[in-house]
Write a protein that binds this ligand. Structure first.
Ligand code: FEO
Ligand code: CA
Ligand code: CA
Length: 555
């Protein structure tokens, strides 16, 4: 039995011994929740045996599923979540579930961005109200989930323990080498979290959220990005954003872990090294940016529960050089070049991209989601696209295919602690393969990869665009082994204007929970809406979380 399996078993033993039975602390893909309750029904998990007819191409304003499936809306923008009247934010992206006991758990959902034309129709771009509404609708939402006897897991709304994290007023503690240093202007906490794209679940059962396009709110001096004029009513240092945040649903404590670097963090995927140290993989979703992994200094202690959080404060951040197949440490003590350019350990955490390029990190085609295969421990990466930017697109290292690719990174000897790896491309985005602009990925129990596409949707498709070939964005299943290995099988299609985010199997494996982000965003005006999802009729479209399930058959 490999060390990966052993560690996982140890972890399950830890769960069994603990009062905190969390379902998501897998040393496995972030969107696959571990079934902690042995009394679960044994029906075949959804999407395991691929017994469905692929979903058709659609340009419709509705959510389109394969024959025999239906969906139910779980949460939508504006839903009141607690007695204080806080509401579910906009643009839901990552979702994650942890189970606490046989009938209760927590659900987390990121709010990446806002559709201001639907939130505040007609409001001028530079008013205080505009800026405040924008910040309040980003961040994330944490809600209780419950299961009634014989029924499915469902969010509980409203509930006194449900809470919001937003871009306006939440306070998040900075941890790691940069906290309190001049690189963050002496701060020990940051106000607000923005651009919350995808995320992960820690091995101790808390949620992580990646601050991706923080530049669109606060700018970024490192990359010479200016903040938008609309946000001028609020002044915050850009260096307080762009981190992997941690949300403890039980205590409502919030953290930004600077040791994992500052960039357009898509998500984080955890694993353990063969000798038991914590590994966190993370991608930087920007053209010509890199892939990273953090390795903790100390070992993970299954008995220590949330005290393992300190592992994220001390360790080494590495950047991938995919040409040489090497992880290069961003460690000024060992690297004279970093020192010469004025880097200390704290600055590495804040100007991470500059440090990565100095040591030879390979620019990639927008590394988005990174997930660890539940059986093999191989690391799967969604390389969303290559956009022309003066790079020599003929060089194979640069994955010139404009429609993106699915990549795979295999650590030497299967040890996540190795500093050498092999990297290859499994499926390229192309008309022929049926894949385009892969963004969010996840695994089913039987190792089927789930991939959500994310390309631009316009009122009318451009000639030769992904939209013209494939219609609205969609979700596919890609088996990672067996006779259908690397085939791309369409399972669901978004309403027009939207993308799917975070395909996640429910705790009982009978539903696929997925976020539908920015439906109808291509609408020319409020009078010409391209979608009315999820409420139908003449309703303004709203981002929403749905549960996809098999239709009940009556004989
Ligand atoms: Fe928020 Fe990289 O997608
Ligand atoms: Ca994404
Ligand atoms: Ca996206």
């Amino acid at each position: 039995m490999s060390s990966l399996h052993l560690k996982r078993r140890e972890f399950v033993q830890f769960l069994g011994a603990s009062a905190v039975v969390a379902a998501g602390h897998r040393l496995m893909p972030n969107w696959l929740v571990t079934r902690a309750d042995a009394s679960e029904p044994t029906a075949t998990p959804l999407l395991d045996n691929l017994d469905f007819k692929p979903a058709p191409i659609s340009h419709s304003g509705d959510l389109t599923l394969c024959e025999g499936f239906e969906y139910e809306v779980l949460l939508k923008r504006g839903d009141v979540i607690n007695p204080q009247g806080e509401t579910y934010g906009d643009h839901n992206d990552y979702l994650a579930i942890v189970q606490r006991d046989a009938t209760t758990g927590w659900l987390w959902s990121n709010h990446e961005n806002v559709s201001m034309k639907f939130l505040l129709p007609g409001e001028m771009l530079d008013t205080f109200k505009y800026a405040e509404t924008r910040l309040r609708n980003m961040g994330g939402t944490c809600v209780r989930i419950e299961r009634k006897p014989g029924g499915p897991w469902r969010p509980v709304l409203p509930h006194a323990e449900n809470f919001r994290v937003d871009g306006l007023s939440s306070r998040l503690k900075l941890t790691g080498p940069a906290a309190g240093t001049s690189w963050v202007f002496g701060a020990h906490e940051a106000i607000g979290s923005v651009g919350n794209c995808s995320g992960g679940i820690t091995p101790w059962g808390t949620f992580c959220s990646g601050e991706e396009n923080f530049k669109d709110t606060w700018g970024d001096p490192e990359m010479k990005d200016n903040p938008p004029r609309s946000i001028r009513h609020f002044r915050r240092p850009s260096e307080h954003y762009g981190y992997i945040c941690e949300i403890d649903p039980d205590t409502q404590e919030l953290f930004k872990h600077t040791s994992l670097g500052r960039m357009a963090h898509e998500n984080v995927a955890f694993n353990l090294t063969r000798d038991g140290r914590l590994v966190a993989y993370t991608g930087d979703d920007r053209v010509e940016q890199c892939m990273y992994k953090f390795i903790s200094h100390d070992r993970y202690d299954p008995a220590a529960g949330k005290a393992n959080r300190r592992l994220l404060e001390h360790g080494t951040l590495y950047v991938a050089n995919t040409k040489k197949g090497k992880w290069i440490p961003l460690d000024p003590e060992k690297n004279r070049r970093l020192r010469r350019h004025g880097f200390d350990a704290a600055r590495v955490c804040v100007n991470t991209r500059t440090a990565a390029k100095l040591v030879g990190g390979t620019p990639l085609a927008r590394p988005e989601d990174i997930e660890v295969h539940p059986v093999t421990g191989e690391v799967y990466v969604a390389l969303t696209s290559w956009q022309a930017s003066g790079i020599d697109k003929t060089k194979p290292d640069y994955f010139p295919d404009i429609a993106g690719a699915l990549g795979r990174l295999r650590e030497r000897d299967g040890d996540a602690g190795s500093l050498e790896f092999e990297f290859d491309i499994l499926v390229r985005g192309a008309k022929e393969t049926g894949l385009a602009w892969p963004d969010n990925i996840g695994f089913t129990d039987q190792n089927n990869l789930l991939v959500a596409t994310d390309y631009t949707i316009k009122s009318k498709p451009d000639k030769n665009s992904s939209q013209e070939y494939f219609g609205n964005n969609y979700l596919v299943v890609v088996p990672t082994s067996g006779p259908k290995q690397n085939q791309v099988i369409r399972f669901a299609v978004t309403p027009k204007g939207a993308e799917f985010c975070s395909p996640t199997l429910s705790l009982d494996r009978q539903e696929l929970w997925i976020n539908v982000q920015h439906p109808g965003d291509d609408s020319p005006s409020l009078k010409e809406l391209s979608s009315h999802f999820p409420e139908g009729g003449d309703a303004i479209p709203k981002s929403a979380m749905v549960a996809i399930k098999r239709k009940r058959t009556t004989n």
